[in-house]
Every structure is written in structure tokens, then in C-alpha cells.
Design a binder for this molecule. Sequence first.
Ligand code: ATP
Ligand code: MG
Length: 214
Amino acid sequence: MITIALSKGRIFEETLPLLAAAGIVPSEAPESTRKLIIGTNQADVQLIIVRASDVPTYVQYGAADLGVAGKDVLIEHGGQGLYQPLDLEIAKCSLMVAVQNGFDYAEAVKQGARLRIATKYTEQAKEHFASKGVHIDLIKLYGSMELAPLVGLADAIVDLVSTGSTLKANDLVAVEHIRDISSRLVINQSALKLKQARIQPMLDAFTTTVNSRK
Ligand code: ATP
Ligand code: MG
């Protein structure tokens, strides 16, 4: 059996065409079932539906052989036990620093102010501000980061931005780009060796599809 870990929503949707290129078609959509294990047209391939941030953990421990995870999630996780052979170039966005309109971020940085940063991405926030020599107090959040500056919880947030419409709707503005984000294929290192005959053709089909889009 080959088990593939995916999260609901954009990653599932954007992985479907890649799976199809490898001849894999899920028998149900995660949105229309409560099942967390979803079969496919291939008797020996199943999908498991997990939180986006849990995908690396399932693959690391071999509970899933393969998975699809954002670079944001992989950097926070650390990537131990994971082979990351392919950037799938899906679920693209950017990790950015954002503040409420009217907060003079550049001036605060220039004056050496200590900044309160709310984020789910604590490792990347620490690294980013350390590299700029900015001292921060980190406030760990699990979602709705956009709210934090509006209610005085933080001076700035570190969050994913794609169109910017969520920032705009909440009177926030992006002030720094930390990195471009996309999702990668991750493979359990021992599964790749033990199940190479089944996994390699999938990897080849994904690679061909990704390259054909360039
Ligand atoms: P959860 O909903 O389980 O708390 P999440 O909000 O991070 O987790 P999603 O919103 O489905 O989960 O995001 C999954 C992945 O998709 C992220 O890890 C990131 O790589 C990517 N992503 C997140 N937001 C965007 C966006 N606005 N545009 C494109 N890709 C995004
Ligand atoms: Mg979400």
C-alpha cells in the first residue's frame, strides 16, 4: 500500500491533476465526506487527509509514504526524515511582514524599537528579524493573524499573502517580503528505498507534469 498525505482545500485541489497524471483518481472528495482515509482507483494507493502543518509529521514517521506540504510548513517542521525531491509549484504565495496602515514600520526599525510580532511561523520570523538585527517579542498564534495589529496584540504579523485582499480588508499593508512559498512533494526516506518500484513512476509523472507547465 502507498499512502499519500494531503490537506483539504487548495493543496488537495491543486494536487488532483498531478495525481491524475500518475493515473491516480480519488474515489471521494474530502469536502463531501467525513472519512479521513480516501481510496483511489488504484487498489494499492490511498490518501489521508490531515492538517497542512501535520503533513511532514505523518511522512517523517512513515505513517504516510508521500505528502504535499508548503515550504512554509516544511521550514517550521525542519524537514527531518523527509526527502524533498520536487517543487510542485502549486499553492504559491509569499511569506510577508505586514502592519496596520499608518504604523511607520521603517521608522520603528530605524529607531531600534523592540517589535511585537504575532505569527504562526515563529522559526521563520525569528530568523528574519535576527538577520535584520531587529529585536522582537514573538507571540505565537494559530490563525487569523490579521487581527493581532488591529486590537493591539502586536505591532506586526508574519503571514502568507497571495492577492493581498485579506490584508486590505483588514486595513493592513505588507512591508517586507521574506520568501516565496510553494508546495513540495515530500517522501519518507525509507519508503523511497523500500517502495521505489511503485514510488519512482509517480515521482516521474509529477516531474513531467510540473515541467510541462513551465
Ligand atoms: P489550517 O487551515 O489547517 O490551519 P492552513 O490555513 O495553513 O492550515 P491552508 O490555508 O489550506 O492551511 O494552506 C495550506 C498551504 O497552502 C499553506 O501551508 C501554504 O503553503 C499554502 N497557502 C496558504 N495560504 C495561501 C494563499 N493565500 N495562497 C496560496 N497558497 C497558500
Ligand atoms: Mg486555513
